[in-house]
Design a protein around this ligand. Structure first.
Ligand SMILES: Cc1cc2ncn([C@H]3O[C@H](COP(=O)(O)O)[C@@H](O)[C@H]3O)c2cc1C
Ligand SMILES: O=C(O)c1cccnc1
Length: 356
């Protein structure tokens, strides 16, 4: 299923990009006056292969949840049980992601790809558990390559199912205590950066814990024989398995699944950024279908976005995850595309085109 999905991904269509850019200039506004929104609509036209691009609604948020063996190294002050407790909170509608999703009119799906407990069936919960948490990435591979592929395919399946049920925009979400450590390791590997440049304070840690976290990321790279930027697909899968989490792998699959369906994928924060680097290593064209919803306060997120060549739409110093930043960006995508559907041209409105 992974091979078939990768084969279906098409890069942005230059014809649609050129048509969208030309059309922007015919709309009743000074050229370029919508700034980054114009480029956003043009990118979405390229991704869809048609100008104007389809409205990116309805949207759907998928929150991928998993636990992490590296939690035992003390990289976060929060107990691991908070992952499963927050999954229950999402399903009950009580998390920040639910509030933002309600505001944006976006339904929430929670996907268990690897939390360290069995969950009761519940509406909105998709069970795709690969294992009860990963192994400690600082001691050896976090998961096997086979598990990484299965998690990728779980993400592809979720994307496919959401698109089949009508979603025309996918939003990434994550939940997994300690997952900013795995994110930092993935970004260090895929962007070829030193762990100190890409490791952040996650949910909030003191200086001593921060130093430990950087050392743990360094251990992870050394123990797993990883360094430098990796691009070959076979190496990408090995690196993902070595230092990723089940939610990172599933998110990478979710991105690939959206790209294959030519449905835009709004990336949330640093966890999604790390997953997008994996997706881009498997197929660089996947990035053409991604929009950076926001810039998180995590330093690794900016590194990931720069590496991907993506410009965040919202910059509010968020450092939450769950899909929060992606949800805030969704109305901005809709506004950018609606301009291309609704705004009159100089010709049609009889507005004089050039100032005299
Ligand atoms: C109550 C609570 C709600 C959250 N919602 C998202 N995260 C975020 O924080 C976690 C990663 O940070 P670290 O690597 O420092 O553990 C992830 O679960 C992420 O989604 C939360 C974290 C907590 C504690
Ligand atoms: O940037 C994020 O997405 C983030 C930051 C801290 C904790 N969880 C997520």
């Amino acid at each position: 299923m992974l091979a078939e999905t990768l084969a279906a991904i098409r890069p942005a269509d230059p014809g649609a990009i050129a048509a969208a850019r030309a059309y922007q200039d015919r709309l009743t506004k000074p050229r370029g006056s919508l700034g980054a929104l114009e480029e956003l609509a043009v990118r979405l036209a390229g991704a869809a292969g048609t100008s104007p691009p389809p409205m990116p609604e309805p949207a759907a948020l998928a929150i991928f949840a998993g636990d992490h063996g590296v939690h035992t190294r003390g990289v976060t002050p929060w107990p691991q049980e908070v992952t499963v407790q927050m999954v229950a909170n999402f399903l009950a509608g009580g998390a920040v992601a639910n509030a933002f999703a309600a505001q944006a009119g976006v339904p929430v799906t929670v996907v268990d790809v690897g939390v360290a407990a069995d969950l009761p069936d519940a509406p909105g919960l998709v069970k795709q558990k690969i294992a009860y948490g990963t192994d400690d990435l600082s001691k050896g591979p976090a998961m096997s390559v086979d598990q990484a592929v299965r998690a990728l395919e779980a993400g592809i399946t979720v994307a496919r199912d959401l698109v089949a049920s009508g979603a025309r925009c996918l939003i990434t979400g994550d939940m997994g205590i300690a997952n900013t450590t795995a994110s930092a390791a993935l970004i260090a590997v895929f962007a070829g950066r030193d762990p100190a440049e890409v490791t952040g304070r996650g949910t909030g840690i003191d200086d001593a814990t921060y130093q430990l976290k950087v050392d743990v990321v360094r251990d992870a790279l050394r123990t797993n024989g990883l360094s430098g930027a990796m691009t070959a697909p076979s190496e990408a899968l090995r690196a993902l398995a070595a230092v990723g989490g089940f939610e990172h792998a599933a998110l990478a699959g979710f991105i690939l699944g959206g790209a294959a369906a030519r449905v835009p994928v709004i990336l949330d924060g640093v966890i999604a950024g790390a997953a997008a680097l994996v997706a881009a290593a498997l197929d660089p064209a996947a990035t053409d279908h991604c929009v950076a919803g926001h810039r998180s306060a995590e330093p690794g997120h900016t590194v990931a976005l720069d590496h991907l060549g993506l410009h965040p739409l919202v910059d509010l110093e968020l450092r939450l995850g769950e899909g929060s930043g992606g949800l805030l960006a969704h109305p901005i995508l809709c506004a950018a595309v609606r301009v291309m559907h609704d705004v009159a041209t100089f010709d049609s409105a009889g507005v004089t085109e050039k100032p005299v």
